[in-house]
Design a protein around this ligand. Structure first.
Ligand code: NAD
Length: 362
């Protein structure tokens, strides 16, 4: 089996590649190809521990490049599509980039699948989406057939991509599956999202910028549990189906911040309230009963243990995150604009990359 992972140098993508190549990977796996543009969020160092595996190949390219995508899709049995502009805050300033990558990029993959659909090979595409496509919910949780009511440009671009993917199943019979997961945490997450941002700032003795009243609620899932769910949907999910993924570990941002303060041995004086994010969704909550009952998925990592391990990872891996924080700006004070390396550069898996600053984000 040959699997193409778009965005495999990012946070979730790199954990997924590690799972594929590890002892719990799929039987008969012969090749994993990562297609990644290495934007500010993509980091070859995330794949450093896999780089000697002869089954791993890295292609430095863009999912919007139809020629590259068509060639790669033709030589793989499955596509796990994770490449995206993923940070809500940036989508408030530069929504067009999100439409381009998240919508046009996904369509480019679908066009390639369609192009090769007559060649007799059975190909599957797993589209990795987010619970944010459902909008915001005061009480209860969303089942998969809940109407999509995205509120940020990021969520709207992911929802558009979801609909295009599902339309290609209904119209053309492509074997596509969609997953919608809650907030992930774990090692290797770019320090713009709340857990790595706050952790690295606390480890540096700085304050943490908490949005609004801190009452926004998210459901947290360890990245490895998300990746195991993706593998299950790829192996045994149904074509044309959507699977929600979430652990039901709901925490307000303030409660999360208090846990991080405790893990880092810091007091509440380190919280710095900042104006709320525009259009900040109050609460997300998915109903994950389908993936639990159909595919037997269960999260394995408890939140307390997972969070403590994650903070320990950032404490012990400064060499990973320090280069990502721009030396010319105060840590976490300025939103970055995504930097894309020139395409056609030689593939690199040795950790060299460019950095960017950041603002509070979830
Ligand atoms: P990330 O920002 O860490 O990684 C994204 C990766 O995509 C990077 O390696 C980047 O270089 C690459 N990329 C961006 N634009 C590209 C392009 N045009 N062509 C090729 N590669 C490109 O994101 P993440 O947090 O790992 O999220 C991965 C996927 O999971 C995304 O699709 C996201 O929407 C989804 N998701 C994330 C979360 C979460 O909590 N992080 C939750 C649910 C779903």
């Amino acid at each position: 089996m040959r699997i193409l992972v778009t965005g495999g140098a990012g946070f979730i993508g790199s954990h997924f590649v590690r799972l594929l190549l590890g002892p719990d990977g799929p039987p008969g796996l012969t090749r994993v190809t990562v297609l990644d543009a290495l934007t500010y969020a993509g980091n070859p160092a995330n794949l450093a521990d896999c780089r000697d595996d002869p089954r791993l190949a890295f292609v430095h390219g863009d999912i919007r490049d139809g020629g590259t995508v068509r060639e790669l899709v033709g030589t793989h049995d499955a596509v796990v599509h994770q490449a995206a502009e993923s940070h809500v805050d940036h989508s408030l300033d530069r929504a067009a980039d999100f439409v381009s990558t998240n919508v046009q990029g996904t369509q480019t993959l679908l066009d390639a699948l369609l192009h090769h659909s007559g060649d007799g090979a059975d190909r599957t595409m797993l589209h990795v989406s987010t619970d944010e496509v459902y909008g915001s919910i005061e009480e209860g949780s969303w089942p998969e057939d809940h109407p999509l009511q995205p509120r940020s440009p990021y969520a709207a671009s992911k929802a558009a991509a979801d609909l295009l993917v599902l339309a290609h199943h209904r119209t053309h019979g492509l074997d596509v599956r969609v997953t919608r997961c809650s907030n992930n945490y774990g090692p290797n997450q770019y320090p713009e999202k709340i857990i790595p941002l706050f952790t690295t700032r606390l480890l540096d003795g700085l304050t943490v910028p908490l949005y609004g009243d801190g009452g926004n609620v998210r459901d947290w899932l360890h990245v490895e549990d998300h990746c195991r769910a993706l593998l299950l949907v790829l192996a045994r999910g149904r074509a044309g189906e959507v699977y929600n993924i979430g652990a039901g570990t709901e925490l307000s941002n303030r409660a999360l911040t208090e846990r991080l303060l405790a893990e880092c041995g810091a007091g509440p004086d380190r919280i710095r309230p900042v104006a709320d994010r525009k259009g900040h969704d109050r609460r997300y909550a998915v109903d994950a009963s389908r993936i639990r009952s159909e595919l037997g998925w269960r999260p394995r990592r408890g939140f307390d243990e997972g969070l403590a391990e994650t903070v320990a990872w950032y404490r012990e891996n400064r060499a990973w995150w320090e280069p990502l924080i721009r030396p010319d700006r105060p840590h976490g004070e300025v939103r970055p604009h995504g930097e894309v390396r020139p395409h056609g550069e030689a593939p690199v898996l040795d950790g060299a990359r460019s950095g960017a600053g950041n603002e509070a984000g979830v």
